[in-house]
Write a protein of this length. Structure first.
Length: 128
């Protein structure tokens, strides 16, 4: 029975420490793929699909207890990542924060008009 070698290249708790609604300046300039690729390239916690088939329960428990993703490889390429559910939810929230921040920055660059002009165009009358 093979066990993955789990190294601590960034624990689940690292992402949980980020305040809700905030994104660090360093992350703003990176794509999600860049972040994932950087973590995967430094990770020693990879297993083959065959190893996962043979010992799925123990390997999943190991990924959760060690609080590190477990990367499942197929033909020497990453195929799937096994992570704790709470970590997955934190990643989803972080992605939404990054996306919201990027949209807000784009919106700042869009032309604006006063409420009175908008109201007049939209409803054909002046605000009182």
């Amino acid at each position: 029975m093979a066990h993955a070698s789990i190294s601590r290249f960034g624990s689940y708790n690292d992402i949980r420490k980020l305040p809700t609604g905030s994104v660090s300046a360093g992350v703003d300039n990176c794509s999600f793929d860049d972040i994932i690729d950087a973590n995967m390239s430094t990770s020693n916690n990879t297993i083959s699909i065959s190893e996962l088939r043979q010992d799925a329960t123990n390997l999943i428990n190991l990924a959760v207890s060690q609080q590190n993703p477990l990367i499942v490889m197929q033909r020497s390429k990453p195929k799937v990542v096994v992570v704790d559910y709470q970590y997955f939810r934190a990643l989803e929230e972080a992605i939404m924060d990054i996306t919201d921040n990027q949209e807000a920055e784009k919106a700042k660059l869009e032309p604006t008009e006063s409420f009175d002009k908008y109201f007049e165009k939209r409803f054909g009358g002046k605000t009182e």
